[in-house]
Design a binder for this molecule. Structure first.
Ligand SMILES: [Zn+2]
Ligand SMILES: [Zn+2]
Length: 375
């Protein structure tokens, strides 16, 4: 039985909003929270909910430079400047009102999750608004302003945690945490994603392994387009649990992007919710087996904001809380989703997987390459 489990959520998290025509829809986090609560997973006893807080400048500076934090503040309060130097501009990373506060709150929500697991007596904690894994120390990138997983990891290292394993299952390479801890032997980063040959950010190949003292502390599993449940799970099970066990972390941090779904509009993998259920089970077991039960989880990408994201993250959170959920989605929640503009909604958590169309040879060559590089 898990110990105490925390969901970090407050309505103000949806202020992280790049505007109405941007694919990252903040309402997906609200609908996730709504689905988790409609299912009754948060019971106020063993499973609690607590609000986000705004990360301080000093906390953000564990990862980001002073000039960058200053630029985020000034750009978001309407000042003009050469903000493109910091990755901002039309397209992926438009400047939006109150950008600093909204972004520092997402990072603060991951800090609440980290604090509660490291010092607060919780075993597992989930910040569905987090997982902004493309932000770099001095640049916004890929819809991400502050790198909340990296800030949470750096905070833990500052508070007595000696080793952290970061596992990133988003369809995009987790380039931010990898770059930030590339030379740090205390942090193992593992990313399983659609290969950078086909998809943003164009990195995450098997030969990126860490450097200096951190040599061997980065692992990448780049997969071809159309990889489906079985092949994805095969690669995940073969590489991730043994590497995390070998590393023997104090805390497991996971980025749970669900833009791997076969209907996601921004990428080309072909997973179904079955893969999320199985990945959740494996990660949960791993947290207990290899990390003393300490598991800090964040959301991540996911652009099917109504049909997929809330179901995917509810599946993960129910696993953390050890709750079996009825497959049929609650009516009240479907009505809420429709009120937000959702249509053609699924009515169950489970679903039919698309026909497998795996690039078996390409996956096998990635795995055999990794087998040769790992101890
Ligand atoms: Zn547990
Ligand atoms: Zn992504």
């Amino acid at each position: 039985m898990s110990g105490r489990v925390l969901l970090v959520y407050s309505p103000d998290l949806v202020e992280y909003d790049h505007g109405p025509s941007h694919p990252l829809r903040p309402v997906r986090v609200k609908l996730t929270h709504d689905l988790i609560t409609h299912y009754g997973v948060v019971d106020g006893e063993r499973v609690e909910e607590r609000p986000a807080r705004v990360a301080s400048d000093a906390e953000l500076a564990l990862v980001h430079t002073g000039p960058y934090i200053e630029a985020v503040k000034r750009a978001g309060s309407g000042e003009s400047g050469e903000w493109w130097r910091y990755g901002f501009g039309p397209g992926d990373n438009p400047i939006f009102p109150h950008m600093h506060d909204a972004s520092a709150r997402v990072a603060g929500a991951s800090l609440v999750a980290a604090e509660s697991v490291v010092e607060g007596g919780f075993e597992h904690a989930f910040n569905p608004a987090g997982g902004l894994h493309h932000a770099m120390p001095e640049a916004a990138s890929g819809f991400c302003v502050y790198d909340d997983p990296a800030v949470a990891i750096a905070w833990m290292l500052d508070h007595g945690v000696e080793r952290v394993a970061y596992v990133d299952v988003d369809v995009h390479h987790g380039d931010g945490p990898q770059a930030i801890f590339y030379r740090d032997p205390r942090v193992l980063t593992i990313s399983i994603h659609e290969s950078g040959r086909y998809l943003f950010p164009g990195t995450g190949f098997t030969d990126e392994r860490g450097a200096g003292d951190g040599e061997g502390s980065a692992i990448n599993i780049p997969l071809p387009p159309y990889t489906s449940d079985e092949a994805w799970l095969g690669a995940f099970r073969e590489i991730v649990p043994p590497a995390v066990r070998r590393f023997s972390p104090d805390v497991l941090v996971t980025q749970l992007g669900c833009d791997t779904h076969h209907t996601d509009p921004l990428a080309h993998l072909a997973l179904s919710t079955r893969a999320y259920r199985e990945a959740a089970r494996v990660l949960h077991e791993l947290a207990h087996e290899a990390a003393g039960g300490r598991w800090v989880a964040t959301g991540g990408g996911g652009y099917q904001w109504a049909r997929v994201v809330p179901r995917a993250w509810t599946i993960y959170f129910a696993e953390m809380a050890e709750r079996e959920l009825p497959d049929e989605l609650p009516h009240g929640w479907l009505e809420l989703a429709q009120a937000e503009g959702a249509d053609s909604m699924p009515v169950t958590l489970s679903e039919e997987a698309p026909p497998a169309r795996d690039g078996g040879a390409e996956i096998e060559s990635v795995l055999s390459d990794l087998r040769g590089r790992l101890p």
